[in-house]
Design a protein around this ligand. Structure first.
Ligand SMILES: Nc1ncnc2c1ncn2[C@@H]1O[C@H](COP(=O)(O)OP(=O)(O)OP(=O)(O)O)[C@@H](O)[C@H]1O
Ligand code: SF4
Ligand SMILES: [Mg+2]
Length: 361
């Protein structure tokens, strides 16, 4: 596989949770690729479906969805995966196709997915709260992804590798602190440990889900620098998930904008930041005037406009284009028909009925 070839191909992916209000269409007909060696930035407001997409890729969506439904008091939810939900045609769970390095992940049994998780694709999970086990030393936890895949690795080699990777993510005094529990580390340090865990088994692709959002500004900068170093020095593809366009602008080669469970626009980062063409992307980009974006806009100062209104409830999506209740360009067809995903120039995709008129304005 050479740089630029697709390493991950997502085709018509749907990932639905059951709920008392009906199906939550967290990922709703998403098609997307991540290329070998690139950083794809997945940008979207809270609740747009980003984490659900990441969980689908690593084969954990159904497990998480079934666990949440099984833990509920509602017998309809507990049975929803087998019987469906009242009044719904579609079932909860995953549909569509995810292919990673030629393997169709969506067809693999869990035993096979376990072999791929950590070793071929790893994930830095969102939120630091539950990511590390408070009862095990960070050295022990950093070693876990290797132990799962190489049961006969010698202890001395394992320790060497753990210290090597804690060193790569620049954890201060790793050589003496690796025996300590997570409670002895700051938020930024915990994030470095999670990055080391994601890298240690040598994956081809790393998914970083909101790697900076639980941190203060100084820590955010440091973690972005660690991720940049990984992007430049390791041979990995990166799926960087964030609600912050400034974070995405720092690292992404291409950007996909998610809203209401759909990708509304995707394309090369320079085009997406310089010349967004979907009304939602235009609003998003003008809401986050970070230094990096100002630089990307080549001296043009972005206007602070924001997007009026709230993101949709994924259990009760509007008909037609999910953005229509907030879109200043909406016309009748937008309320009736879901716009198709169109490639408007090479590698630049838009879901909007009016993209060509809006682009000309
Ligand atoms: N285990 C679950 N069971 C039921 N619904 C869920 C579950 N996890 C998430 N959801 C719902 O699915 C939708 C998408 O959530 P998701 O976490 O994928 O969004 P997100 O874009 O990652 O948001 P954020 O930026 O806040 O992390 C939301 O409506 C959320 O409430
Ligand atoms: S399809 Fe219509 S409502 Fe949706 S973004 Fe385009 S113009 Fe706006
Ligand atoms: Mg999330």
């Amino acid at each position: 596989m050479t740089k630029g070839d697709p390493i991950l191909i997502i085709e018509n992916l749907k990932a639905y949770y059951p709920s008392n209000k009906g199906l939550i269409r967290a990922v709703d007909d998403v098609s997307l690729t991540v290329k070998e060696g690139e950083c794809l930035g997945l940008l979207g407001e809270s609740g747009s479906g980003k984490t659900s997409m990441a969980l689908s890729i690593i084969g954990l969506f159904e497990k998480v969805a079934r666990f949440a439904a099984g833990a509920s008091n509602d017998p309809n939810l507990r049975k929803a995966f087998d019987k469906g939900l009242d009044g719904e045609i579609d079932r909860p769970g995953i549909r569509g196709k995810i292919t990673f390095r030629g393997k169709e992940l969506t067809r693999l049994p869990q035993e096979e997915l376990v072999k791929i998780r950590g070793r071929e694709i790893s994930m830095i999970p969102q939120g630091l709260g539950h990511a590390l086990n408070p009862q095990h030393s960070i050295g022990h936890q950093t070693a876990e992804p290797i132990e799962v895949h190489e049961e006969d690795i010698r202890l001395i080699e394992l320790k060497k590798k753990v210290l090597e990777y804690l060193g790569i993510v620049q954890l201060a005094d790793a050589g003496i602190r690796f025996v300590l529990d997570p409670g002895c580390f700051s938020g930024g340090e915990s994030q470095r440990i999670l990055i080391a865990m994601a890298l240690i088994a040598g994956p081809y692709m790393v998914i970083a889900d909101e790697p900076t959002s639980a941190l203060d500004v100084t820590m955010q900068r440091q973690i972005l620098n660690v991720l940049r170093m990984i992007k430049e020095e390791f041979d990995v593809s990166l799926l960087l998930i964030s609600h912050d366009a400034g974070v995405i602008a720092e690292l992404a080669d291409r950007v996909a904008v998610m809203y209401g469970g759909k990708i509304l626009e995707s394309g090369p980062a320079v085009q997406m930041f310089h010349n967004p063409r979907h009304p939602y992307t235009m609003g998003l980009m003008s809401s986050f005037p970070t230094i990096a974006m100002m630089q990307m806009k080549a001296g043009k100062r972005p206007r602070l406009r924001g997007i009026p209104g709230d993101p949709p409830d994924l259990a009760c999506l509007p008909t037609g284009c999910p953005f229509h209740p907030r879109c200043q360009y909406a016309i009748d067809i937008c309320k009736e028909q879901v716009p198709e995903d169109r490639e408007v120039e090479p590698d630049h995709w838009i879901r909007c009925h009016r993209w060509s008129e809006i682009s000309e304005e």
